[in-house]
Design a protein. Structure first.
Length: 205
């Protein structure tokens, strides 16, 4: 199978694409035939040896994938070959196949596009953890919709999508007006955006 390999720590330009043996499942593992793999900021850190997870060289980056179950190991009863799944592998996802403990795999419902689902867990999981566990926001609280912090683009658009689930009010600020289509000089978000502005014109525009 083909795989993107990190053979020495460094920049993405140092990655190679090579033929490697297909992985075999051990007990409690599954092998996922990868359909799509998300690219996240931790992928750039792990290949530079700056992430908390430090796999031995060589390895394939790629922390989350979607695909279908190709094989299951001994002791796995909740998945079968052909099942559509999302897998959080940590690394190894930038390959045609990846082996993952079955406890880090969930079924993907029919009708959910694999390309979109591949980018679901780390981005939305980070946002959900930040809102509920770190900020401890509760229903009727306000979640700011900032898109940037310092030099890095954040997952700030995700609180908008999670607002109904968490019962939050999402406020658009200066950094989000382009993303949500708020016109400069107005406090009203566009119809159908699901946003309720609480800011003044000066803060938005």
């Amino acid at each position: 199978m083909k795989a993107v390999l990190c053979k020495q720590h460094g920049a993405p330009e140092m990655l190679t694409i090579e033929d490697v043996p297909s992985p075999q499942p051990k007990a409690d593992d599954v092998v996922v035939a990868v359909h799509a793999a998300a690219v996240n900021f931790p992928d750039t850190l792990i290949i530079a040896n700056k992430y908390q997870l430090k796999p031995a060289l060589p390895f394939s980056p790629g922390g989350e994938v979607t695909g279908t179950i190709k094989a299951v190991g001994i002791g796995v009863s909740d998945f079968a070959p052909g099942d559509r799944v999302i897998a959080v592998c940590g690394w190894g996802g930038f390959a045609e196949e990846v082996v993952v403990p079955h406890t880090r795999v969930v079924h993907l419902q029919k009708g959910v596009p694999m390309d979109a689902a591949a980018a679901l867990v780390l981005t939305y999981g980070t946002t959900h953890y930040a809102l509920q566990e770190r900020a401890r926001l509760r229903p009727r609280r306000i979640a700011a919709g900032a898109r940037r912090c310092g030099r890095h683009r954040l997952v700030g658009g995700d609180p908008t999508h999670l607002r109904e689930h968490l019962g939050l009010t999402v406020a658009a600020n200066r950094a989000t007006r382009a993303a949500v289509g708020v016109q400069v000089g107005t406090t009203e978000p566009p119809a159908g955006s699901g946003l309720r502005s609480i800011a003044s014109p000066a803060k938005i525009g």
